[in-house]
Design a protein around this ligand. Sequence first.
Ligand code: C5P
Length: 400
Amino acid sequence: MESILKGKHIVLGITGGIAAYKSVTLLRLLIKAGAEVQVVITPSGKEFITPVTLAALSGKPVVSEFFTANTGEWHSHVDLGLWADLMVIAPATASTIGKMANGIADNMLVTTYLSAKEHVMIAPAMDLDMMAHPSTTRNLATLASYGVEIIEPAAGELASHLVGKGRMEEPEKIFERIESYFSRQCDMQGKRVAITAGPTFEKLDPVRFIGNYSTGKMGFALAEECAERGAEVTLICGPVSLEISHPNIRRINVESAREMLEASKEPFSKADIGIFSAAVADYRPEMRADSKIKREGVDDMTLHLVKNPDIAATLAADKRVDQKFVGFALETDHEHENAVKKLTKKNLDMVVLNSLNDKGAGFGTDTNKITIIRRDGTETTFPLKSKREVARDIIDGLIR
Ligand code: C5P
């Protein structure tokens, strides 16, 4: 069978770590699968592996400097970024990770990364103390929030003879991740997805509202993931300060729960996949004042609230057999039990449970820790990951 990598353009970035020798195997695997590979190596990478080997295996001169010293030939990082379908940096040292996270473009590889429009994967490799240093952790989290896919290093014996986490993932495993990326690329082609995201604001008067802390990050990450996999996405979002721009994403801005329901009806009826990630206000003030409520002469006040429609339950009630709908459950107690109840009560196919008891999960964070609970009773718990990676797990769970 023809490899999915045939004819794909891959920039393979190599930095200065002992694991650079393993990149030769990765390069061989890519070439054997029919990919075109352009190696970009950092100056210190060349201390570990010779460009001659890499050029011979890839069939292309290795790029390292901004220009060739004797001829003045300019190597354009912008052109490389446009040429590539994927950029993989393996090994990625602490130094390169730090530069990438902070925009320090002092070599050809980091400059290429900064101009890259395509997906980027990195396979970190370093000593265990460097790996565990807070700056590495922070830089990796920053890169993950930019959408960089991090191929976690394995634990084992390191070049320093210390044993711990920091060893670059094996080339075969990195190769599998690359294959999986390209097969994900088109696995939602022709599918329609509708997503609700963010909070809803329920007006009290022209300047005040009842709202919640949702930032919309999880819903936006889901929209991006689906769009990049080829789906046509309609994102119906409450008031959020996030930007999104992808030709496959149509964004509809709403404010209240009732507006969200109205705007969602058509996109959800046409969707193959519907995702309810919005934190919808359960209640709204019964009365909305037309002018600002004054405090003069008023010592206390009672707000009478009335129930908002349940968007998920309303739209999923008419769900067709060819549609799959997913809801979220954010709970503070009896979380599992409540999430399971939601599945049947709201006629959903899957509930994504994230607990406020988990550090790094829930509102406003860039990370999330989820358990997927399916209609057939099976469930999967994932470790703490960036919201983009969580989005990938949710979509994989839905369509694979
Ligand atoms: O019932 P609960 O609010 O815990 O359920 C959460 C799920 O239901 C989420 O998927 C949320 O987007 C959806 N929901 C909704 N409309 C509401 C309340 C919740 O779509 N009014």
